[in-house]
Design a protein around this ligand. Structure first.
Ligand code: URP
Ligand code: ZN
Ligand code: ZN
Length: 473
């Protein structure tokens, strides 16, 4: 047999198996998995002895080139996607709708603008998931035609905010109910930022009027119950509407149990957490200035939540890990003294997969198979990209990450490729780091150097496969 690329001797994470096998790639696709070949030709051979070979990471939650809360992320699609590649990620599912906009822009205009930038600049594959801001529709008919139209073009997932009332972004319960009915009818999936906007806003206003403006009040305005209440509301509505539902950036120990209880009833509801909720606590918000670096929503929680989230990931109560990458700089985070004005979000696209490996696999909290599922396979299954993406199988895209499990890599901003001087992991070292990232058969990262090209990323479309959803855990 003859291959363009042959990866031998690696410990490969396949679907439901982990073993030492060789992988043969022709063009963009995996065409051989096994160790029976005595003779073969390959244009290039990579010896992966001692390395883990996992499906290329799929980050379900990024905000490239976003303009949120009045602050424009300086990082470009190109730089963001390069950072993703260094961290072993070969596809991102990026949100559209929080970018710089002209008055009256429709959701379609915002999606096309995002896609134009990605087409020109992305070095890795990408899909977009529009944010259904209330400015985009007035009636249920508007909603239906927006969702129907976009689903027909291969965009099956949408996001709504229950939070950010001050920013005018929140969807109230009545509209959430209407949206879910349409999402169910059109065979889509709804992603929900679950924080109760009314309580969040009332608490924020009270603290500001009392002169309590420091970063830690971001947490006090939105303690666990504010998220749990919104999750409970979303789950009740998901049950009556039968809408597939995905709670993004879920952070509380109670919230994951609520979602899991509804899963037990047979609902297609999914739970995504993020590396920052798996590693950092709210004590970081206590520093008067640096605390602002850690402002994201929901807020950082406590060590009991961290424990519960890892356990949830391990036993299948949480299905994915997303970075929620928003590459603000230190200056942007520190510009505002009042916590409600600090732009929410933090960089994380490069560190997502290594952190799950280092803190999860290396610390014995999750298995290698679970690592591949939560960083890649489950994302592909939920968002209609499987089995082209998210798995090491003959016929699938040759998207792979090779990880040296013993390579120790610091995660200060200067050690990373994200175009920001901020890293909330600056005191952490990842044990295990990607040495090679392979996108559709092309080695785009090798031993700390980048070989990809802006514009080489492909646009990914898909549709929700309800039979696949049932098997995601
Ligand atoms: O703090 C966050 N999560 N910022 C990004 C926007 C969002 O809510 O996902
Ligand atoms: Zn959100
Ligand atoms: Zn986000």
């Amino acid at each position: 047999m003859s291959f363009d690329l042959f990866i031998k001797n690696g410990k490969v994470i396949g679907p439901q198996w982990v073993k030492e096998v060789d992988i043969g790639i022709e063009g963009e696709v995996i065409t051989y998995i096994g160790n029976s070949l005595k003779k073969y030709d390959a244009a290039r051979i990579i010896d992966a002895t001692g390395k883990i070979v996992s499906p290329g990471g799929i980050d379900p939650h990024t905000h490239f080139e976003t303009n949120f809360m009045g602050s424009q992320v300086p990082e470009t699609w190109e730089k963001g996607s390069i950072a993703a590649a260094f961290g072993g990620t070969t596809s991102v599912l990026d949100f559209a709708g929080l970018e710089k906009e002209e008055k009256g822009d429709t959701i379609e205009v915002m999606i096309n603008r995002k896609l134009e930038r990605a087409k020109k600049l992305s070095t890795i594959d990408y899909a977009v998931k529009p944010i259904l801001k209330n400015a985009f529709y007035k009636t249920v008919d508007d909603l239906s035609s927006i969702i129907k139209g976009l689903v027909s073009t291969g965009i099956p997932a949408f996001k709504v905010f229950m939070a950010y009332r001050k920013q005018g972004l929140n969807t109230d319960d009545m509209w959430l109910y209407e949206i879910m009915k349409v999402v169910h009818n059109e065979n889509a999936i709804l992603q929900i930022h679950a924080e109760n906007g009314m309580i969040e806003e009332a608490n924020q206003n009270r603290f500001i009027s009392e002169g309590k403006t420091e970063a830690i009040y971001h947490y006090y305005a939105k303690p666990n119950f504010v998220e749990n209440l919104a999750i409970q509301t979303a789950m009740v509505l998901a049950e009556v509407t039968k809408s597939p539902t995905y709670i993004v950036h879920q952070s509380t120990k109670e919230g994951l149990e609520i979602i899991s209880n509804y899963r037990m009833k047979g609902l297609s509801v999914f739970d995504e957490t993020c590396p920052h909720y798996l590693t950092r606590t709210r004590k970081y918000l206590e520093d008067k200035i640096k605390g602002r670096h850690y402002i994201m929503s929901p807020p950082l929680r406590d060590s009991e939540d961290i424990l519960a989230l890892w356990n949830g990931l391990n036993i299948g109560k949480i299905q994915t890990v997303g970075s929620d990458h928003v590459a603000y700089t230190i200056a942007q985070k520190e510009e505002f003294a009042e916590f409600t004005k600090v732009p929410n979000g933090t960089p994380g696209v490069e560190t997502r997969l290594p952190i799950v490996f280092s803190e999860g696999v290396r610390k014995g909290r999750i298995t290698l198979s679970r690592f591949a599922e939560v960083t890649s396979t489950n994302v592909a299954k939920i968002f209609g990209l499987y089995p082209k993406k998210g798995t090491i199988q003959v016929g699938s895209d040759a998207d792979l990450v090779l990880i040296d499990p013993n390579f120790e890599h610091k995660m200060r901003a200067e050690d990373l490729h994200t175009d920001s001087d901020l890293s909330i992991y600056d005191d952490m070292t990842s044990k295990g780091w990607p040495t090679h990232t392979i996108l559709r058969g092309e080695v785009i990262v090798e031993d700390g150097s980048f070989y990809g090209k802006a514009g080489n990323g492909k646009y990914l479309t898909g549709k929700v496969d309800t039979s696949l959803l049932a098997g995601v855990w």
